[in-house]
Design a protein around this ligand. Structure first.
Ligand code: VAH
Length: 315
């Protein structure tokens, strides 16, 4: 029997690419995409799609029963910058959607669950360079607090109820297939669009703000890798540190200039600077590499080349 998968939040930055990648592996009809609205035509029109509210337990439970779902990837959340503007809804969406799917797993209605965490679980008191898997975690954003709490609940449901939940602390993610969203790291997406359209970019962070980043192809590979790994390889059921590269706005601008010599960047830090300053500059992810064979492929140079090539086709 083929594995049946439900992706909640399939129209988001990760969800769009995750949907296509999972459909290539498991078959289009075995991967049900869902979101609060039909927000991405490509996802909606490329296979089974359902409109559901991630906060409605009965809607999720009904889909699981109708489609005989084995695994859920819960990708719906409010990201850091957006969450700061709407803390109550961010907490509600990020936490209660997780409880719904954890409880479905606890009841034996699904076999396996993926839930995305983030380097946002770390805060200003966390060691900034090569941030370890286990360290001080005092997140100072609503998003980070929700992700830290979510990690604790994932580990609790695994330890107490035997739920097979797996999670990754994503760094900033960069892709060409969805527009920049409400993330603080999304300057690193917008800069490519503006470099091609305007040949200049006004960055909302200061020039030397170094943050951990990853190309979406690597993030999708890691997500599928951790879900396909034998359970005995998954030693951490809160969430795994994951890393690929770290760079500053100055460094990504210089890499873009190698392809677009006339490109210029200016800096106008806004409220997102404080968020970025609270996060690590680089991450130690050796546990993921040891436990389930994680290994990144893209660095700043190869990501920049791939981003500009793909965006140039669509801009
Ligand atoms: C954000 N892209 O900026 C997300 C990410 C590490 C940051 O979780 O909110």
């Amino acid at each position: 029997m083929s594995t049946k998968i439900l992706i909640i939040g399939a129209c988001g930055q990760i969800g769009t690419e995750l949907t296509h990648s999972l459909r290539k592996i498991y078959g289009t009809d075995n991967v049900i995409a869902s979101d609060i609205r039909k927000l991405n035509n490509d996802v909606v029109n490329s296979g089974p799609f359902e409109v559901i509210n991630a906060l409605d337990f009965n809607q999720i439970e009904h889909l699981v029963e109708v489609h005989k779902i084995d695994e859920i990837y819960l990708m719906a959340a409010l990201l850091s910058a957006t969450a700061e503007k709407n803390p109550a809804f961010a907490w509600d969406l990020n936490m209660n959607s997780l409880f719904h799917v954890l409880n479905l797993a606890k009841a034996g209605k699904i076999k396996k669950l993926f839930w995305p965490s983030s380097i946002a679980v770390f805060g200003p008191t966390t060691p900034k360079e090569n941030t370890p898997q286990y360290t001080i975690m005092e997140p100072s954003t609503v998003y980070g607090i929700s992700k830290q709490s979510g990690e604790r609940w994932c580990e609790y449901y695994h330890n107490i109820f035997g739920v097979d939940v797996r999670s990754i602390r994503y760094p900033g993610l960069i892709s060409y297939s969805s527009p920049p969203g409400g993330g603080t790291t999304d300057y690193a997406v917008d800069i490519f669009h503006k470099a091609l359209s305007d040949k200049t970019y006004e960055c909302f962070l200061s020039s030397e703000t170094k943050m951990p980043m990853m190309y979406m192809d690597d993030a999708i590979a890691a997500t599928i890798n951790i879900m396909q790994a034998p359970l005995e390889e998954i030693k951490i059921h809160s969430s795994y540190n994951l890393a690929a590269m770290s760079f500053t706005p100055t460094e990504i601008a210089a890499e873009i200039k190698k392809h677009i010599p006339e490109f210029t960047i200016t800096y106008e830090p806004d409220f997102r600077q404080k968020i970025a300053d609270s996060w690590p500059a680089s991450i130690d992810d050796h546990q993921a590499r040891e436990d389930w064979g994680w290994n990144h492929k893209y660095d700043l140079e190869t990501m920049t080349k791939d981003m500009l090539e793909n965006l140039s086709k669509s801009e």
